[in-house]
Design a protein around this ligand. Sequence first.
Ligand SMILES: Cc1cc2nc3c(=O)[nH]c(=O)nc-3n(C[C@H](O)[C@H](O)[C@H](O)COP(=O)(O)OP(=O)(O)OC[C@H]3O[C@@H](n4cnc5c(N)ncnc54)[C@H](O)[C@@H]3O)c2cc1C
Length: 430
Amino acid sequence: MDRYDVVVIGAGFAGLTAARELREAGKDVLVLEARDRIGGSTWYQPEGFDGFGLEMGGTWIVPQQTHVWAEVQRYDVPIKDSELPGRMTWSDHGKVLDTLLPVPPQEYEQLEHAVRALIEAASRFDPLRPLSEQDVADLDVPIREWAENVGLTGNAKELMMSWFCGCANASEDTGSALDILRWCSSMDNSLWGMVQASVLGFTFVNGTASLARAIQADGGAELRLSSPVRKVEADDDGVTVTYDGGAARADRVLMTTPVGIWQDVEFSPALPADKLAISRENHAGQGQKVWALARNVPEDISGFGWGTSFDYVGAMETTDRGVVLVCFAPEHDRVDTGDLADVQRAVREFAPDAEVVDARSHDWVHDEFSKGTWATFAAGQFAKYELCVGRPEGRVHFGGSHTARRWRAFIDGAIESGKRSAAEILAAEK
Ligand SMILES: Cc1cc2nc3c(=O)[nH]c(=O)nc-3n(C[C@H](O)[C@H](O)[C@H](O)COP(=O)(O)OP(=O)(O)OC[C@H]3O[C@@H](n4cnc5c(N)ncnc54)[C@H](O)[C@@H]3O)c2cc1C
């Protein structure tokens, strides 16, 4: 059986970054990846719509995401800023409002209150430190409960809840409000910054795959694709990792798969109760990201909706056949992505004359190697699991964007966690 210093499980940004850092420190590293590609929860499909490449997963980055930003600069990977829309579109249960703001003048005060409540709550904590160690348990409640607790009303409440759900890719009854307030806090308590970090940040000109490939090539670790890991067995002398197609032995193992996958791998010794519990509960990011190509929609639409199937519909590009729209829904069954008529129905809630001619989506929720989109915590999970997800268990270490601090559940958080876990492994070996 081949012996390595470290076996890294998963070739997403966390695994690729950790492998590079370990290789730079002179370690012999094997990366085992279940899929036939690297990139994990990012997946760039260059053919896309008429040559406009589509990101099926992670897409936007902002300069405040210092880990991914540093990697982009290190490898000189081209990125581009989003073009700002001429105006925002607001859809109230499918009725497009013709007002500039999402509320009528009689409700401006409520809107101001909602913005203030958001910034005040986000200002209460430091996103660089564990949130479960700060006095914010009252914010770790479902999005709806937070909106009610701070007294939001009218359209301001509807919009705020829907927008939080958009950021969470989770429903208002599952997603933790604290996890979304963290976005605002991570953008130095800027509401506009939070919008940029969600859908108006920078994108990769040649797709997220361009950065993933650069990190992988630089690290040069041995990589085995289509090799799902089934068993991780640790003993006093090392760890045996069994995957479809073989087995490898290492001093230490780094697990970077999404949390929902842990329960499918046979660990010996068994995973502790807290890790097994979050794996079974899973995180709340269980929604949809859908690309639609549509005629008869404004070329710069940026639509936020409440009481609609999608919570966001935004234009990314115009091709000969129509406008490329990126759409999000907070639950996985809101829109039948295989049915153009249903996608059109949902888009029409934002652009009533839209004619959808093509649509693409990846079902991350039912993908056996993801079991969800991005790792938004469900309400209450900070207190129970924030610290346990990244805690090493003997020779087995745990990384992945869900273990990061400031930008947990982002590409940046994956890279942060890759660096942190590589350093942890190197320190443990001394
Ligand atoms: C639809 C969507 C939209 C998103 N939008 C954004 C965005 O705009 N900006 C942003 O920054 N982030 C976004 N994210 C989140 C971001 O993509 C992730 O946080 C990040 O890519 C996670 O990286 P990771 O390495 O931690 O995990 P992953 O990328 O999930 O990598 C884990 C790897 O482990 C592999 N694996 C699983 N099981 C096994 C096994 N048994 N054996 C071996 N390998 C296994 C998987 O195949 C995968 O490659 C989005 C994610 C999704 C899904």
